[in-house]
Ligand binder design. Structure first.
Ligand SMILES: [Fe+2]
Length: 265
């Protein structure tokens, strides 16, 4: 069976209804246009998700990889940011949707890249070579705890009670300390990350322009960006937990990981 490409270019729309449809169908959409003011991205999240929202913290500025996140994740605008899942510092209760509202783009570089994890998993399921791997991804718990943050010892692919699949590519994914087959687990992780990175390399790029907001299903898609030159490039990131999420952390929340190291109440 021929494998389908996993790289996705989101459609652009200025209709809220269409944006909802696109998000459900493709896991991503770009909405045109929202304002450039500080509250615009979060205001749009409220408009889009309405009563589905359980939590939507204030937006966080994304500058050269993000003010608070930059040093923690070792990011630089001159390097690309590999595709990843956002909010993994909250463990299994990471946000199910993210919004990136563009205020200023870089004339050179800064293109976004999206990989559809559901398509990637489907390709694995239907390949005789990788179907066993796909099964292990769903059943073997690994350690995805970021140091000092909320604990996570779960399979790379888990499912919510309502049947929504949650896929993750985080900063640190390693075998659990008590694994009976650490070598096999590491191999599984390497294959997973390798497949995601390969899909990202092949994926088409697109560029967010000021006033555009990218909405991404963070359970389904991995996102990243190419290197860029303009140090003033700026986006607002807003994390959203909807009623379809696995749950909401019992912590103070932000659209970055600043509170994720706290002990739960
Ligand atoms: Fe991110």
């Amino acid at each position: 069976m021929e494998e389908k490409a996993c790289g996705v270019i989101p459609n652009r729309t200025s209709s809220i209804d269409r944006a909802k449809q696109e998000l459900a169908k493709k896991g991503c959409v770009v909405f045109q246009h929202i304002g450039l003011e500080d509250s615009a991205t979060r205001d749009f999240a409220l408009r889009l998700f309405k009563d589905r929202i359980i939590a939507v913290p204030e937006g966080a500025r994304v500058l050269e990889g993000g003010e608070a996140e930059r040093e923690r994740l070792g990011l630089s605008n001159l390097a690309g940011q590999p595709v990843h899942t956002d909010g993994f510092a909250y463990g299994d209760l990471y946000p199910d949707f993210i919004l990136l509202g563009c205020v200023r783009s870089s004339q050179q570089g800064g293109e976004s890249v999206l990989v559809d994890g559901y398509q990637l998993l489907e390709n694995m399921d239907s390949s005789s070579e990788n179907s066993e791997l796909a099964e292990r991804l769903r059943s073997v718990a690994i350690d995805m705890t970021e140091e000092g943050m909320q604990e996570s010892h779960s399979p790379l692919v888990i499912e919510t009670a309502s049947g929504r699949l949650m896929l993750r590519r985080t900063l640190e994914q390693k075998p659990c300390g008590n694994s009976s087959d650490a070598k096999g687990d590491q191999e599984m992780i390497d294959l997973w990350i390798g497949a995601i990175d390969e899909a990202a390399e092949e994926a088409p790029r697109f560029k967010l322009e000021p006033g555009e907001v990218l909405v991404v299903d963070n359970y389904r898609m991995f996102h990243g960006r190419d290197p860029y030159t303009d140090a003033d490039r700026m986006l607002w990131r807003v994390w959203v937990w909807t009623r379809d999420a696995l749950g909401v952390p019992e912590l103070e929340l932000a659209s970055d990981s600043r509170y994720a190291g706290l002990v739960g109440q």
